[in-house]
Structures are given as C-alpha cells and as structure tokens.
Write a protein of this length. Structure first.
Length: 255
C-alpha cells in the first residue's frame, strides 16, 4: 500500500546525529559489522514477533527502517519516529520503493494515537538522550501511546566495552583508512562520551562519499533507567542481553 499518511515535518534546524551519514548509513553499518549486524536484526525481529503476532507498533529511533521496514512487510501497522530528518528521508524512500504504508514523525509528541500494542526503542536509542528530565519525558510519552497492557522493548548500551576501548586503545574503535571512529569520555561526567567518525567509500551504484559525524552519547546505568520507568508506571517483565546491550521488556499497567 502506498504511504499516503506520511506526516513528517522538517521542523529541526540544528543538525541531528546521523544527518550527515543517513544516505550511507545502511551501507556503512553492513560493511562495518557484516554478518553480526544482520544477525542482530534477525534476533530483534524474532523477539518482537514473539511478543506480538500482529497489531500496531511504534518504532522510536527508527533510523532508516532496519526494523520498521521488515515489520511492515510482515503485516504489522507501523509508525516510525526519528529525530533526524535525513534518516527519515531514507526510510521514506524505502517505503515508496516497496509500496508500504508507514507513518513517520520527527518527535513522539506528534503521535496522537494511544492504542499501540508495542513500542520499541532499540539499537542504543536511549544513548542519544542525555538528561533525566528528557528520559522521564520519553518514558511518559511512550507510556501514553500504549494501550493498557501494551509493551515497550528497549535496550541500553553497556559502558564497559567502550570504557575498555578508551583505556586500552586510546579511544579508537575503528582505525581503517576508510572508516575511522573514536570515543572520548568527558571529564565532567564519566557517563557522557564524545563520538566521532570519519568514513568514506563507494556505494554499489558507483557514488563516492566522504562524511564526518560528531555527537555526544550517554551511557545510562540500569538503576537510573529502572528508577525512571518505575516512576512512570511501567512494570518490568523481562530483561536479557544481546552482544553489548541490556534489553528490557516493560508493560503498561492495566487500567
């Protein structure tokens, strides 16, 4: 079905994380992580399908549609949210190419539906939120979009892996001629980390690219996150680990 309900509005004027890399994001991540990236995607999709056989899904931090696109292709009713207008450009391009129907938004506050069966925020989405006030607002907004008994699945990246890279490898994550990535923990807050990448290459269509990205990510602790989502009214029903991230499944209380 053609995506006739796209309501994306480019209201952001400041550059958002991944605006510079959006056009090349899929190619770079598949090249960088190879089969592990595809295995993670399949693992995520399998877990989502085990939680919900059919229904309405809100994909927060949807990016270029790594999860939204296959879910829509499987018959789920998907709404995608991402703060990067350029990432949504790529997602919407795929939606048009595949004749799908995915509604897209730049912010959660644009969502007026309150009957989602499941919300997801995975692949370190929470790392882009840097204050407790913002994180509490996120959980409250997600809570408000779910129907009673609805579920929220999200992950938080473990700091340990990055910390080891910072201490042992001078913060260099990838050091190739065409893929250079560094992380640097801030002195005033050891859980805030400056992320930088400079990547170049050639797309399968022959287009050369060369971009840089720079933004700050936050490593939230499990206790911090639990304290906030419990205040919101969520109940934790599951927790598990995939690679270097802890995943949580929360349930909105019945009313």
């Amino acid at each position: 079905m053609l995506n006739k309900n796209n309501k994306t509005k480019k209201t952001h004027t400041m550059k958002q994380p991944h605006d510079n890399s959006a056009k090349y994001y899929d190619f770079v991540f598949e090249r960088r992580f190879g089969n592990m990236y595809n295995m993670l995607t399949q693992n995520n999709l399998s877990k989502i399908r085990s939680l919900l056989l059919n229904g309405k899904i809100l994909d927060f931090g949807a990016g270029t549609g790594r999860i939204s696109i296959p879910l829509a292709n499987s018959g789920y009713e998907v709404t995608a949210v991402d703060c990067s207008p350029e990432m949504l450009v790529e997602l919407n391009r795929k939606v048009q190419d595949q004749n799908l129907n995915i509604e897209t938004h730049l912010t959660l506050t644009d969502i007026i539906s309150k009957d989602f069966d499941l919300a997801i925020g995975i692949f370190t989405v929470l790392a882009y939120i840097k204050t407790q006030t913002e994180l509490k607002a996120l959980f409250q907004n997600i809570y408000n979009t779910l129907k009673p008994g609805g579920l929220f699945m999200f992950d938080i990246e473990k700091r340990a892996g990055y910390d080891e890279i910072f201490r042992i490898n001078n913060g260099i994550v990838h050091n190739k001629a065409d893929d250079y990535v560094t992380v640097n923990f801030q002195d005033n807050d050891s859980n805030l980390c400056d992320y930088y990448e400079q990547v170049k290459g050639t797309l399968p269509n022959g287009e050369d690219f060369d971009y840089t990205e720079s933004f700050v990510i936050k490593f939230w602790t499990i206790n911090e996150v639990r304290s906030i989502f419990r205040q919101t009214g969520f109940t934790e029903i599951d927790k598990f680990t995939i690679y270097n991230a802890d995943y949580f499944i929360l349930k909105r209380n019945l009313e």
